[in-house]
Design a protein around this ligand. Structure first.
Ligand SMILES: [Zn+2]
Length: 215
């Protein structure tokens, strides 16, 4: 059978020597506790004796430059980098080898997220825990976040609490009419909303726009 002849022999697959890593993805709207969940996992890996490192984008300077900080004030030191490819370079090969677990916060911002996760988990044996927004304020796929779902061992979608009714919030709603996708802010600019309030909020903005345009 030709299919048999052209297939890769199983013994050559079994012969792989490197220890395989893992990729875990945490997604959800803003204020869903993604960073808190990430920090909890990183701290628990660290207390079980594994060497951890945390990375965030150097574009995100909301709370602190060299720490990942949650909306409720939890803190963890991190590397603030313009891209993920520079991590190994900054750390140096020897230090990079020692790292077991890498946490990435606001991961949707990194354009090289997919390539980094492939290399670090497939070839370097790292456990990667990635947290970020799955959707932007218009509920479109945000940056590179969804690209890594096919690479993931696990995917966790967290929900927030709708600021208007207290129900489960799946979406991030932008309170302003600013339309740039990457507008970094906190509760001054964004709020978590349920589906019903997302839809009614959007139609309120639409009618305001129509009124303004007709003036
Ligand atoms: Zn609601």
């Amino acid at each position: 059978m030709t299919a048999f002849k052209s297939s890769v022999s199983l013994s050559s697959i079994n012969g792989g020597h490197a220890k395989a890593g893992e990729v875990h993805v945490i997604i959800g709207p803003m204020f869903a506790g993604k960073t808190t969940g990430l920090l909890r996992r990183i701290k628990s890996e660290s207390s079980s004796g594994r060497t951890v490192a945390m990375i965030k984008s150097s574009k995100d300077t909301r709370y602190a430059k060299d720490s990942v900080v949650t909306h409720d004030g939890l803190k963890f030191p991190c590397w603030a980098l313009p891209d993920l490819a520079s991590f190994q370079h900054k750390l140096g090969d020897v230090e990079y080898q020692k790292i077991d677990v890498i946490g990435i916060d606001e991961a949707q911002i990194f354009e090289d997220l997919y390539d980094f996760c492939c290399k670090a988990a497939d070839h370097d044996g790292k456990t990667i825990i990635v947290a970020g927004l799955d959707g932007d304020y218009m509920r479109r796929s945000f940056g590179s976040m969804l690209d890594v779902i096919p690479l993931a061992d696990t995917v966790t979608k967290l929900t927030a609490r709708c600021e208007l009714c207290g129900g489960r919030a799946f979406f991030t709603w932008r309170k302003t009419s600013e339309t740039k996708t990457e507008l970094i802010g906190g509760s001054d600019l964004y709020m978590p909303v349920c589906r019903q309030h997302y839809v009614s909020g959007e139609s309120a903005i639409e009618s305001t726009r129509t009124v303004l345009e007709s003036l």
